[in-house]
Design a protein around this ligand. Structure first.
Ligand code: ARG
Length: 368
């Protein structure tokens, strides 16, 4: 049996009517005007008849935005109302999903002015599982395990890369090879492999504003982070395929993807080029290298005209968001360990306080 079979799942698609009711009431409380009681009656009737119900376009749009608003790990929620929702619940086949993911990337990327976008594909229907993307994000780089145990590319995706190759993908063995989409059609057939066309994947080469040698490191990163393996849960309905994106905060790349020892592990490389004393931790060579790497990432995205925020700006925006939510009479759930940036935590204002952290729905949840 092939590895991808692991993604097949039992289908418990019956919708909890109380979850549905809570969502419909929330929708009407925040979008006054419609008849909440008539809608509640219809929803209850539909669930009784076929085990689930269909959201209106407005409910779906609101639900997706509130799922972002409730994402306790996200520091960038100030603009939750601006999320563009692409309702693609009419797409059926795996090809259709792949095509729409590419369209999503084009729309989200534009000419570098990144827009937060979500594409919502159909939920599982009783007895009829819907397609889903197996990739963690729409754009990620392959990782190839070499004979000596080291990795070319992103070590995080070694297993996924092996799966893609098993399915027939020809990876070039480079450090920044964009992985193909793997779409499970849901119907029991084999998975579909879909290459992302080059013009749908904007990338930024990383250079430093002062150190010319930095470009020689050959680092780059993709412009759009688009998470594709979480379920969008709205009112008891789970949309297993609902890729969404925002824009990057520099530190995600500069202090994690390119810096983590189990990712691209570039701090020793940068430190060596800077001529730092790496024989002792007390020289703070890691910290020096980390700052220059982050300067390079922010500089490069700006130079390429690609939207990116920095962790200082984003931290103060988050506190603005928090204040706004409080003023609206809502709790803003936040997980301190995710909200505090991975660089210079203590010099950002989000460090110096604690947060409420209830689990609220709608939300994005791991698939089961
Ligand atoms: N940290 C993840 C990455 O580096 C992306 C998570 C979502 N980030 C965002 N800015 N919306 O790829």
């Amino acid at each position: 049996m092939r590895t991808w079979i692991k993604s097949l799942r039992p289908f418990e698609t019956h919708t909890d009517v109380r979850e549905a009711e809570r969502f419909i009431r929330l929708f009407h409380a925040e979008n006054p005007g419609g008849g909440v009681n008539a809608r509640l009656r219809d929803v209850a009737r539909e669930i009784a008849r076929r085990g689930t119900y269909t959201h209106t376009g407005e409910e779906l749009e609101f639900g997706a935005r509130v799922a972002w608003r409730n994402s306790n790990r996200c520091i960038g929620r100030l603009y939750w109302k601006s999320l563009k929702v692409r309702d693609r619940r009419d797409v059926t086949g795996a090809e259709g999903v792949a095509v729409e993911c590419v369209a999503h990337l084009r729309e989200a990327t534009g000419d570098g002015r990144i827009r937060p976008v979500i594409t919502v594909f159909p939920p599982d229907a009783p007895g009829r599982p819907a397609p889903r993307v197996l990739n963690e994000q729409l754009i990620r780089y392959a990782g190839y395990r070499r004979a000596d145990g080291s990795v070319a590319g992103d070590p995080r995706y070694v297993a996924f890369t092996a799966l893609a190759r098993e399915l027939g993908w020809r990876g070039g063995g480079g450090r920044f090879d964009v992985l193909p989409l793997i779409v499970d059609p849901g119907t029991g057939g084999g998975p579909l492999l879909g290459n992302l066309p080059g013009d749908a994947v904007l990338e930024v080469p990383i250079a430093h504003p002062e150190f010319a040698w930095f470009a020689e490191l050959g680092l780059r990163w993709h412009a759009v982070p688009a998470i594709s393996n979480l379920c969008l849960e709205i009112g008891g309905v789970c949309y297993p395929c609902a890729p969404f994106n925002g824009w990057y905060m520099g530190a995600e790349i500069g202090a994690r993807n390119l810096a983590d020892a189990d990712r691209y592990d570039q701090l020793p490389v940068v430190a060596a080029r800077l001529g730092l004393d790496t024989s002792t931790e007390r020289s703070l060579w890691r910290d020096h290298a980390l700052v220059e790497l982050n300067v390079a990432v922010l500089h490069s995205f700006a130079a390429a005209g690609v939207t990116m925020t920095d962790h200082h700006t984003e931290s103060s925006r988050f506190l603005t968001h928090l204040a706004r939510e409080e003023k609206a009479g809502r709790t803003c759930p936040a997980d301190w360990s995710w909200i505090v940036p991975p660089i210079s935590g203590g010099v950002t204002p989000v460090f110096h306080r604690y947060y409420d952290n209830p689990t609220l729905t709608p939300n994005f949840v791991p698939r089961h």
